[in-house]
Design a protein around this ligand. Structure first.
Ligand code: SME
Length: 163
């Protein structure tokens, strides 16, 4: 199966599961499990949600539902990491070789590439979907489209009913 037809199949599964969930949190949990299971190069899949002005500090990204090994990075300020870069710019960030990106916060020594896609609610970043791969340059155009599709599903769900 080509990667493009695989991502199309996974999108159909996503649409089905989006219809069966009763909360955005459940949708997020189902998305991380599905992507981790079906996309073989997606070795860690997780959401971070933006907590505004937490504990007297600036806004911080807080680890949400994830699938994969526990990460040391459970709270990430917006000026740190690939995660901070995606949330503060409101842009998808794809890093083909994390060893060459000095923004990178290491989660596992096996990670070689990463994609982070912001989640928007009414045009504002409220979180993001972060995926790590043990393979270099794992995230091609069709992967980016798939991950952006997932982030948009969550954004739409939050617009309908918060959390
Ligand atoms: N690598 C991320 C940190 C999160 S872990 O990958 C789960 C970053 O550089 O922001």
């Amino acid at each position: 199966m080509t990667t493009a037809s695989k991502t199309e199949d996974v999108k159909k599964e996503l649409n089905q599961l989006a219809q069966g969930v009763t909360s955005t949190r459940q949708l997020m949990s189902e998305i991380v499990e599905l992507l981790h299971e079906r996309m073989l190069k997606y070795n860690w899949v997780g959401f971070y949600m933006l907590e505004p002005e937490s504990r007297g500090q600036g806004p911080v990204l807080v680890l949400g539902p994830f699938s994969g090994a526990m990460t040391p990075h459970t709270r990430i300020p917006l000026n740190q990491g690939i995660c901070g870069a995606a949330a503060s710019s409101g842009q998808t960030v794809v890093v083909d070789d994390v060893g060459k990106d000095n923004r990178y916060l290491a989660c596992s020594i096996e990670t070689k590439s990463e994609i982070v896609v912001p989640v928007f609610v009414r045009g504002k970043v409220v979180g993001e979907l972060d995926i790590d791969s043990h393979f270099p340059a794992a995230f091609k155009d069709e992967d980016r489209a798939l991950v952006e599709y997932c982030a948009a599903l969550v954004g739409r769900s939050l617009e309908k009913s918060p959390a």
